[in-house]
Design a binder for this molecule. Structure first.
Ligand code: PGA
Length: 243
């Protein structure tokens, strides 16, 4: 299965910025072996969709509500995202877990809503520095995975150590390999053979300089890229390191 390189633009960019970035990424994406997914803020989804028209690059959101509609001021439902041309959404990013109190149960409900609208969920899990220092990383992350995935999950998992996000620090290849092996085993135990088809992305300070070695680690099915996805050339350089 091709690796997936996903850009998480977080709360950055006007519609004009998004359209230009998507246009420049699309222009440089010909011949890439990997799959590409761009996740702009809600307000730039339509401009990004227009810029990506005719390209194979997929459009995703950064969150969705668990309900299909209703009295939820300020929230966005999965069918609305599908209506805009999204085929995916990030869910349970550590910034949402921390700043919006999203629990594993909330993430699981959102993953069900995403699937019901035909969106591929990119479910994020990851440990804090204190949890890793305490030797608890694999147990914490596998517990998060078990509680965040609905039965029959057919999306993507992103392993993002919280201490690596936006810090320039990354785990060693051995630590990534160990965590991804643990996640693969958990997916197989939970989903049976279908667990083999769930790509496990690594995320946290991926950049053009470290992408090749991180993407070469066993069971790394791609990357979820934050800061380096806001520049077309650095995002494309990561994509060129993918297989
Ligand atoms: P970063 O963010 O690449 O800027 O570390 C990754 C993420 O939060 O998805």
């Amino acid at each position: 299965m091709a690796q997936l390189i996903a850009g998480n633009w977080k709360m950055h960019g006007s519609r004009g910025f998004a359209a230009a970035l998507a246009t420049n990424i699309a222009a440089g994406a010909a011949g890439l072996a990997c799959d590409l997914l761009l996740c702009p803020p809600f307000t730039a989804l339509e401009a990004t969709a227009a810029a990506l028209r005719g390209s194979a690059i997929k459009l995703g959101a950064q969150d969705c509500h668990a309900a299909a509609s209703g009295a939820h001021t300020g929230d966005i439902a999965a069918p609305m995202l599908a209506d805009l041309g999204c085929t995916a959404t990030i869910l349970g990013h550590s910034e949402r877990r921390a700043a919006h109190g999203e629990t594993d149960a909330v993430v699981r409900a959102k993953a069900l809503a995403a699937a019901a609208s035909g969106l591929m969920a990119v479910v994020c899990v990851g440990e804090s520095a204190a949890e890793r220092d305490a030797g608890q990383a694999e147990a914490i992350v596998c517990a998060q995975l078990a509680a965040s995935l609905p039965d029959g999950f057919a999306g993507v998992v992103a392993y993002e150590p919280i201490w690596a996000i936006g810090t320039g620090r990354t785990p060693t290849e051995a630590d990534v390999a160990a965590m991804h092996a643990a996640l693969r085993a958990a997916l197989l135990a939970r989903l049976g053979v279908a667990g083999r088809g769930v790509r496990i992305l690594y995320g946290g300070s991926v950049n053009a300089g470290n992408a090749a070695r991180l993407l070469a680690v066993a069971e790394v099915g791609g990357a979820l890229v934050g800061g380096a996805s806001l520049d077309a050339e650095s995002f494309l350089a990561i994509a060129r390191a993918a297989t």
